[in-house]
Design a protein around this ligand. Structure first.
Ligand code: NAP
Length: 297
């Protein structure tokens, strides 16, 4: 069996088209213009490119975008003042502070200062709590993208054995919490593996859905995968340089071998990656709807 390749690019394009239509309707019917503020501190090239892509994403679907670029030596106090200003700006529905921040700034102090109702990244403890009790409207963006890929690939989630490899706060834990909710597109039996797991293969071999977020190339090989499983590879590992000088990327799954065993699999690049910014846009639209009284948080 050769697996269906789940294209994150195609799914992201479809969701962006849906969001574009929704934003147009919000403007026309309700006079709501959703807006996202991004805050970039310093000139780290990866962060600059992420923030630029977020700005482009906003433009594509009709969101207002407010980009704040600050010098690397800005004080924590001044950054907190900007967050406070954005918290109180009615044109701003979502606030995204690009991480990592310079060493003299405490990331958590800044993230926890964001109004939870504008925390479209979903990292504020209030939103982490909402996620756990199944009341989140801002699921963290990468796990939200993973869930969309599973569902749009047509994989049934209710009652499925779902195994997550990795327990980070940004991927492993939130996707595990999301998929065990008694809710549509979830309701799975969830197991989480990590470096303390005694026999990871024992668990992965039972997985109808296997989500791998370890940050280690080939952490999952074909002998660890159940025939017919849906495999979501979250990993992004630089494994060299292409002939044109670009970084050569690989996921955490031995793609070539596992695709012969799985029924569906995401590639790297082009799988989970394209989904993350799209889910940020979706969360911003949700924030605008909540601010406009159309939905309840
Ligand atoms: P992380 O914070 O480094 O966490 C990795 C987790 O995997 C840890 O819980 C670790 O266990 C576990 N782990 C590592 N090696 C393992 C192994 N051999 N067997 C079992 N468990 C293992 O990483 P992360 O932030 O979750 O990111 C994971 C990967 O996803 C990275 O490659 C990252 O670049 C990628 N990523 C992609 C996107 C995207 O948009 N495409 C977004 C976020 C992350 P311990 O807890 O025991 O140490």
């Amino acid at each position: 069996m050769t697996a269906t390749i789940i294209s994150g690019k195609e799914v992201a394009t479809a969701i962006r088209a849906e969001l574009k239509a929704e934003v147009a309707e919000l403007k026309e019917k309700h006079g709501i213009q959703p807006g996202l503020a991004t805050v970039l501190v310093g000139e780290d090239p990866a962060s600059v490119s992420y923030v630029t892509a977020k700005g482009r994403g906003c433009e594509e679907i009709g969101l207002a975008s407010f980009q704040h670029t600050l010098p690397a030596d800005i004080s924590q106090e001044d950054l907190l003042k900007l967050v406070d200003k954005l918290n109180n700006d009615p044109k701003v529905d979502g606030i995204l502070v690009q991480l990592p921040l310079p060493k003299h700034i405490d990331d958590n102090k800044i993230l926890y200062a964001i109004n939870p109702d504008k925390d479209v990244d979903g990292f504020h403890p209030v939103n982490v709590g909402r996620l756990v009790i199944g009341e989140s409207i801002f699921p963290p963006c990468t796990p939200a993208g993973i869930q969309e890929l599973i569902v749009r690939a047509g994989t049934p989630t209710k009652g499925a054995e779902l195994v997550v490899v990795g327990r980070s706060n940004i991927v492993g834990k939130p996707i595990a919490v999301m998929m065990l909710q008694k809710a549509p597109n979830a309701n799975s039996t969830v197991t989480v593996c990590h470096t303390g797991s005694r026999d990871m293969t024992l668990h992965t071999l039972r997985a109808d859905i296997l989500v791998v977020a370890a940050g280690v190339p080939k952490a999952v090989t074909a002998d660890m995968v159940k025939p017919g499983a849906t495999v979501i590879d979250v990993g992004v590992n630089r494994i060299g340089t292409t002939a044109s000088g670009k970084a050569k990327l690989a996921g955490d799954v031995d793609f070539e071998a596992v695709k012969e065993k799985a029924s569906a699999i995401t590639p790297v690049p082009g799988g989970v990656g394209p989904m993350t910014i799209t889910m940020l846009m979706k969360n911003t639209v949700m924030a605008a709807k909540a601010a406009g009284g159309l939905i309840k948080i």
